[in-house]
Design a protein around this ligand. Structure first.
Ligand SMILES: *[C@@H]1O[C@H](CO)[C@@H](O)[C@H](O)[C@H]1NC(C)=O
Ligand SMILES: *[C@@H]1O[C@H](CO)[C@@H](O)[C@H](O)[C@H]1NC(C)=O
Ligand SMILES: *[C@@H]1O[C@H](CO)[C@@H](O)[C@H](O)[C@H]1NC(C)=O
Ligand SMILES: *[C@@H]1O[C@H](CO)[C@@H](O)[C@H](O)[C@H]1NC(C)=O
Ligand SMILES: *[C@@H]1O[C@H](CO)[C@@H](O)[C@H](O)[C@H]1NC(C)=O
Ligand SMILES: *[C@@H]1O[C@H](CO)[C@@H](O)[C@H](O)[C@H]1NC(C)=O
Ligand SMILES: *[C@@H]1O[C@H](CO)[C@@H](O)[C@H](O)[C@H]1NC(C)=O
Ligand SMILES: *[C@@H]1O[C@H](CO)[C@@H](O)[C@H](O)[C@H]1NC(C)=O
Length: 449
């Protein structure tokens, strides 16, 4: 018993540490915390390794001996949502108990005969935990109102499963902490009314669903956070897709901006803001051409793929980009094949493809030098779209060893070399094997002719 008492004493603090570890590990499966305490003794739990997610089967195996014999009264505090983050956020960290939203819960954990905690219980659905308890107890659940519990007469010669629903702060205007404190008051009230009836019980506190306390509270408190979080979702455009005659997607293009600047103009026109048709595009196994017709301009992207024996694979290149003014028919062509290429199974991506800042688009004729093209966050794929509307793995134009990285690397290597040389020299130094002894005879150097 002493062992379990020790556990309960620091349990909330232990939680905070567990939860911090979980936050860092960032597991992807949904989980809810599950706390259980009892007036009788619960089997002790071998402390799970940090980051372990308890499965429903493990919980079931743990509960079997707990409710194996006799009649049990189980109180299940089922909060609409709950996550370990709630304890971290509202648990009154650094021993500041006044701040905690879980004071009655902490007191109950400490004063009960024993308690166990599953910081991360695999979440498999809203009804999973009530169903499991129902099976283990062989009693049908009874939804109780905390206010009328004192009038409820319990037949303790049979098993009882009492469920107390608790709200969460998702859509109420009250702050999360206030809601959780209210819930904590309810827990305290229910427990003391059972104590008054002298009923021995086992209680559990968990969530119907996981909550994301951190993101939610930042949403509630910070308008900036909200706009920042919402902006990208609203902004994401669908890629432009051209499908061949049999309906298989074969060319995809996505760009944040497709900005062009005609001769004599300093302003850029962002064609990505406009709708385009893909009429006139074509693709076969070796060539694809995407023709984007806008209100005033036509953009053409011509790609080809072929086998390169040296690398023993197919590569595709963006051979040309052509912009045409619809009213005058004036065209400007740029060659892209020097810099825009990728293995044929991949897509090509580049943060910036421009005709003036880098050499990815080289003007193909004299007229084209007057034009400026600037494509931001540009991604294209003209081959191997295996019946999907997702880009394949992107080969990026930003090579890892940029000039800056090279310079840094070379400088560091030089410094390291000098350091190693110096160290080597220092290790070569020997202490003298003979010293001048002032008491003894002076070292005499025989001088003889
Ligand atoms: C409690 O339940 C048992 C078993 O169902 C029954 O025999 C007993 O009469 C009940 N007691 C009361 C006070 O209802
Ligand atoms: C369209 O693309 C699919 C898949 O790449 C290919 O199997 C089919 O032959 C193509 N149809 C035509 C008419 O090119
Ligand atoms: C790129 O597009 C965004 C909106 O999609 C716009 O706000 C921005 O000004 C554009 N940049 C250029 C250089 O056109
Ligand atoms: C582009 O098309 C969408 C849907 O077809 C339409 O809602 C939108 O207004 C169009 N945008 C422009 C600039 O024409
Ligand atoms: C693909 O299209 C190009 C351009 O229209 C053409 O030259 C080439 O022969 C075609 N290739 C195949 C395999 O059909
Ligand atoms: C270049 O521009 C001149 C005059 O604007 C035009 O006559 C000529 O056809 C253009 N050449 C090309 C290749 O578009
Ligand atoms: C292409 O995708 C559709 C739906 O995604 C699917 O029904 C169809 O079987 C797929 N065809 C091939 C050849 O993979
Ligand atoms: C495309 O990607 C989305 C999200 O990554 C995924 O849900 C979808 O199944 C993918 N579609 C295909 C056809 O692979």
């Amino acid at each position: 018993m002493a062992e379990s008492r020790n556990f309960s004493n620091g349990s909330i603090m232990a939680f905070i540490f567990f939860f911090a570890a979980f936050l860092a590990s960032g597991s992807s499966t949904a989980q809810v915390p599950f706390l259980m305490w009892s007036t009788k003794s619960l089997p002790s739990l071998t402390s799970p390794p940090a980051g372990h997610i308890t499965s429903m089967e493990e919980l079931a195996a743990y509960l079997t001996p707990v409710f194996g014999s006799g009649s049990n009264t189980v109180l299940l505090f089922l909060q609409d949502k709950l996550s370990k983050d709630d304890f971290t956020l509202f648990g009154g960290v650094f021993g500041n108990k006044q701040e905690s939203a879980f004071r009655n819960l902490e007191a109950a954990l400490q004063s009960s005969s024993s308690s166990v905690s599953f910081p991360a219980l695999e979440w498999t659905g809203e009804s999973a935990i009530p169903t499991l308890l129902q099976q283990k107890l062989g009693a049908s659940p009874l939804l109780v109102d905390p206010d009328t519990l004192s009038h409820l007469s319990l037949n303790t010669s049979t098993s009882n499963l009492l469920i107390i629903n608790l709200p969460y702060c998702s859509d109420s205007l009250k702050s999360c902490k206030e809601v959780l404190s209210n819930n904590d008051e309810i827990i305290g009230k229910v427990l003391s009314s059972l104590k008054a009836k002298d009923v021995s019980y086992t209680a559990a506190y968990t969530g119907l669903q996981p909550s994301q306390a951190i993101s939610k509270s930042s949403l509630l408190n910070q308008q900036v956070g909200r706009t920042l979080l919402q902006a990208p979702a609203a902004d994401v455009k669908a890629p432009i897709i051209f499908s061949n005659t049999t309906g298989f997607p074969c060319i995809m293009l996505w760009a944040q901006n497709l900005s062009i600047s005609p001769p004599g103009s300093t302003d850029f026109i962002d064609l990505a803001q406009e709708n385009a048709t893909v009429i006139g595009s074509m693709c076969n196994s070796t060539n694809s051409e995407l023709v984007l017709t806008y209100v005033n301009y036509i953009l053409r992207f011509a790609m080809s793929q072929r086998f390169y024996p040296v690398s023993a694979r197919n590569w595709f290149t963006l051979d040309s980009v052509q912009v045409q003014v619809r009213s005058s028919g004036q065209t400007a062509s740029f060659v892209g094949s020097h810099g825009i290429y990728a293995p044929a199974e991949y897509s090509f991506h580049c943060q910036s493809v421009s005709s003036f800042r880098d050499t990815l688009l080289v003007p193909a004729n004299q007229n084209a030098t007057q034009w400026k093209l600037n494509f931001v966050d540009f991604q294209i794929q003209g081959f191997s779209l295996a019946n999907g509307t997702n880009f394949s793995y992107a080969s990026d134009c930003a090579s890892f060893f940029t000039a800056g990285i090279w310079m840094g690397l070379v400088t560091s290597l030089l410094m390291l070399l000098i350091f190693v040389y110096g160290l080597h020299m220092i290790m070569q130094l020997n202490t003298m094997d003979r010293f001048d002894d002032p008491k003894g005879p002076t070292i005499s150097v025989p001088q003889s002719d």
